[in-house]
Design a protein around this ligand. Structure first.
Ligand code: ADP
Length: 259
């Protein structure tokens, strides 16, 4: 099930992404506001009743349970909002004044993997790097690390929930003088045809309520095609695992000066 998407086909504009994020933020923030107002009113009501002698301190226990539930709702909603904001910050950083420079691809991948060591030990999962030393890629640091982070994070989050020996292979090679290929493979759960069709859509996630924002692959897609001038395709099937393939120009296209 090869699914190839060209740059022009699905490039979500930054504007629609911002509108989408604002929309998504509305729900958790609205919920937190409502819950915190209700919470304040309840606490004031308890105080009045204790003062008036109509509520004994001993009766407070059951009311405190309500308070606890409301504060959990608030912190859960704010946590969701914070996740969205951090995805949004990622996009914003990349679209602004990040400086383009040459990266040693092997070193960049190793640096990224190093930050996942605690999780890699827990999962457990092996990582095999097949990247020639000295392979250089011209990129924006924000952009490059977002791609690496999101793809490794996805392999860990989606691929190895079942108990089995996980393997992530990161492969890179020169295709010709101007283009290099970068591939992330995992032997995890893979994607159904339906998921594969929507994987680059903003806010599409199968991890609703488990920390999924559905922005990871959309960000990767936008950076690869829009910022680095490359192409991306995914090969995936249920239980067979997933391979994300990218073709990247070694020298990223010059970006227009910001006004
Ligand atoms: P999120 O990780 O927040 O769910 P993404 O945009 O990164 O959002 O991914 C969208 C969906 O694509 C995921 O919810 C998952 O269903 C699927 N997916 C992404 N990467 C993988 C992978 N390596 N293996 C299996 N499924 C994946």
């Amino acid at each position: 099930t090869q699914h190839e998407l060209l740059a022009s086909e699905k490039m979500a504009s930054l504007g629609s992404l911002v509108a989408g994020i604002a929309h998504e933020l509305n729900t958790p923030i609205g919920n937190s506001l409502l819950a915190s107002t209700a919470l304040r009113d309840r606490v004031q009501e308890f105080e009045r009743q204790v003062e008036a002698g109509t509520l004994r301190r001993s009766q407070l226990t059951s009311h405190l349970e309500e308070v606890r539930m409301a504060s959990e709702l608030i912190s859960g909603s704010l946590h969701k909002a914070a996740e969205l904001i951090s995805s949004f910050k990622q996009i914003a950083v990349d679209q602004t004044n990040d400086q383009r420079r040459a990266f040693d691809l092997l070193a960049a991948v190793q640096d990224t993997i190093a930050t996942y060591m605690p999780r890699l030990r827990r999962v457990p999962c092996e990582v095999d790097l097949q990247i020639p030393a000295g392979l250089m890629l011209d990129a924006y640091p924000g952009g490059l690390y977002q791609i690496l982070n999101n793809l490794i994070n996805n392999a860990l989050a989606h691929a190895f929930e079942q108990r089995r020996n996980g393997l992530i292979v990161v492969r890179a090679a020169m295709v010709d003088d101007d283009v290099l290929s970068l591939e992330f493979s995992d032997n995890g759960c893979g994607m159904t045809e339906d998921v594969l069709k929507r994987v680059f859509d903003p806010f599409f996630t199968t991890r609703m309520g488990q920390g999924g924002t559905g922005l990871g692959m959309n960000i990767v897609y936008n950076i690869v095609t829009g910022v680095l001038g490359g192409r991306i395709s995914i090969d995936s099937a249920p239980d067979a695992g997933t391979t994300v393939r990218m073709l990247l120009p070694r020298v990223a296209p010059q970006r227009e000066a910001k006004s």
